[in-house]
Unconditional design. Structure first.
Length: 116
């Protein structure tokens, strides 16, 4: 059964850091591009970064460049999202995604709240 599971969210103060994980089961994620998205309350889900398959080229949305980093651990079948210098506007539910066989697969999401 193909599944993505996110974890690592929580409450953090502005300027703080969190590391989210996206662990796959049912497929080897190193063969696929993996994306991270987020959805803030009342807003559409938005792509923030992704890592390609193979050598792992990355794409970052402008609003996270210099603050967020995506990486892959193939041995753990996991993609990491390191988030630094967090801002209140980063508050959202964060999801990972893979497109496989023409279908999009999503995890259940993990809540990130940035507040003092």
């Amino acid at each position: 059964q193909l599944q993505l599971v996110e974890s690592g969210g929580g409450l953090v103060q502005p300027g703080g850091s969190l590391r989210l994980s996206c662990t796959a089961s049912g497929f080897a994620l190193n063969y696929y591009a993996i994306g991270w998205f987020r959805q803030a309350p009342g807003k559409e889900r938005k792509g923030i970064l992704c890592i390609s398959n193979g050598v792992g080229g990355t794409y970052y949305a402008d609003f996270v460049k210099g603050r967020f980093t995506i990486s892959r651990d193939n041995a753990k079948n996991t993609v990491w999202l390191q988030m630094n210098s967090l801002k209140p506007e980063d508050t959202a539910v964060y999801y990972c995604n893979v497109r496989l066989g023409g279908s999009d697969y999503w995890g259940q999401g993990t809540q990130v709240t940035v507040s003092s």
